[in-house]
Write a protein that binds this ligand. Structure first.
Ligand SMILES: Cc1cc2nc3c(=O)[nH]c(=O)nc-3n(C[C@H](O)[C@H](O)[C@H](O)COP(=O)(O)O)c2cc1C
Length: 296
């Protein structure tokens, strides 16, 4: 049985779009979420990329944060105690620079109280080398296997859409021992200020998210669903119950809401409220009954 069956409702907040949850405690009822996924943490602190780090585009947002974070030790001391006290599941998002970091990371996470699962982010487009593990099935398998060996917690691997065949990468993650994959991280993009002949982000390229990426994310979820047996968690442009249902029938066992948190912090609550009626429209009682039922 998939570990995700205990993460109900299957509506989570996506890493990097919900801070460390405390910022949102007066805005929504955090205990109603299936899980919270805080900002990705790395072993050593990272200052992140040059500003400006976000820019609005016609149908989504382009960001280049560059995994700005205080490092895992600070996270475990300063952020995790609050998160662990919430009445919801906590999925800690991590990124590694190389395979050697997996063992150290695994040891630290394994001995910390209050972590329900780990999401290995192999797909951040805004850091040097950030997509390597997500671009090659063998490399992906190796990093996941190494993480798996030092971790007994459920392991989710977050994939990048910036690859030729995401199904093959998902197979690599599955062979390495992942319990689930999540997709998608942002799509590599560029915003231009032609008058000054400059990129609008300090780092040049950035990652596109929001409504614009939903069709890409749905395509990726379907390709992964058809390629592997482990569950897929859908992410990308989800802001309404209709978006969420599209992902479930396409093959997602759960969904994450990202950019929508910035312009409608109640989006997750609205989706959770609307879920029973949407399922009833299809004559079912649970999401499990419709996962991947799309005729395609
Ligand atoms: C400002 C910003 C910061 C993000 N930071 C992270 C991050 O630290 N780790 C990660 O795995 N994904 C990060 N993401 C990607 C989101 O979690 C999500 O995969 C992506 O934005 C697509 O979903 P959406 O269209 O619902 O936003 C970030 C996205 C945005 C917009």
């Amino acid at each position: 049985m998939s570990f995700l069956r205990q993460f109900l409702p299957p509506v989570f907040t996506a890493s990097g779009t919900f801070g460390y949850a405390q910022e949102m405690e007066n805005v929504i009822d955090l205990s109603r979420l299936g899980a919270v996924i805080p900002k990705t943490v790395t072993l050593a602190p990272r200052p992140g990329n040059l500003p400006p780090r976000t820019v609005e585009t016609a149908s989504g947002m382009l960001n280049s944060i560059g995994l700005d974070n205080d490092g895992i030790d600070e996270f475990l001391q300063q952020k995790l105690p609050y998160l662990a006290g919430l009445r919801t599941k906590i999925i800690v998002s991590i990124a590694v620079k190389n395979i050697g970091e997996c063992a150290v990371f695994g040891e630290k996470l394994q001995s910390a109280a209050g972590i329900d699962a780990v999401e290995l982010n192999v797909s951040c487009p805004n850091v040097s080398g950030g997509v390597d593990f997500a671009a090659d099935p063998k490399l992906c398998e190796q990093v996941v296997r190494s993480m798996r060996q030092s971790l007994t917690l459920p392991l989710i691997v977050k994939l990048s859409p910036n690859v030729w065949n995401i199904g093959e990468i998902a197979k690599g993650a599955e062979s390495g021992g992942a319990d689930a994959v999540s997709a998608i991280n942002t799509c590599l993009g560029l915003a231009v200020d032609w008058r000054n002949r400059k990129a609008r982000l300090g780092n040049g390229f950035g990652g596109l998210s929001g409504p614009a990426v939903k069709p890409i994310a749905l395509r990726c979820v379907r390709q992964i669903f058809c390629a592997v047996k482990i569950p897929v968690i859908g992410i990308g442009g989800i802001s309404t119950i209709d978006d969420a249902m599209e992902f479930f029938v396409t093959g997602a066992s759960a969904i994450q809401v990202g950019t929508a948190n910035f312009y409608n912090p109640a989006a997750t609550m609205q989706i959770i409220d609307a879920l029973p009626a949407a399922l009833a429209e299809l004559g079912v009682k649970s999401v499990a009954e419709i996962i991947g039922s799309l005729a395609l």
